[in-house]
Design a protein around this ligand. Structure first.
Ligand code: 4NP
Length: 154
């Protein structure tokens, strides 16, 4: 299964999701064969490492994001990945604008995998305080566990 996480800048939410899913899957579901990547709908941060606030918050939970580099989503991603998981509805509609009707079926909101939380979107932490980065990690951990459970049962 090949999974692409998508946010706006690819420096906060989607690299966090990439690092969290990769680490939790390796630890809790070592039999799952996953390819995980992330990209942004915007081009502002191409080539940059994740935001230092995200690197620090994720590092404190045992996720190393420091080697990741931002890139922009590209059309080939629709054939490279089985699932494209958007962090918020704006990201989702920006992906869908580039998708054919067949391709649109592989696009979901990531938080659909943690319905028990009752939060449809992972909020953008970029302009807020440190609590926003902890919130992103809480949501991303819950949705990653839900996604792993779904993949294991399918
Ligand atoms: P991300 O957060 O989409 O979670 O990576 C953002 C990063 C940068 C900007 C916005 C959101 N920006 O406007 O530069």
């Amino acid at each position: 299964m090949r999974i692409l996480f998508v946010c706006l800048g690819n420096i906060c939410r989607s690299p966090a999701a990439e690092g969290v899913l990769r680490t939790l899957a390796a630890r809790e579901a070592p039999d799952l064969v996953l390819a995980v990547d992330s990209a942004g709908t915007g081009n502002y941060h191409i080539g940059e490492p994740p935001d230092p606030r995200m690197i620090r918050a994720a590092g404190q939970r045992g996720y190393d994001l420091s080697v990741l580099r931002a890139r922009q989503i590209e059309h080939a991603d629709f054939s490279r990945f089985d699932l494209m998981l958007a962090m918020d509805r704006q990201n989702q509609s920006d992906i869908l604008e580039r998708a054919s009707s067949v391709q649109s079926q592989q696009v979901r909101l990531f938080m659909e995998y943690a319905p028990e939380i009752g939060v449809p979107e992972v909020p953008d932490p970029y302009y807020g305080g440190p609590e926003g980065f902890e919130r992103v990690l809480d949501l991303v951990e819950a949705a990653s566990r839900g996604l792993i459970a779904r993949l294991q049962s399918s």
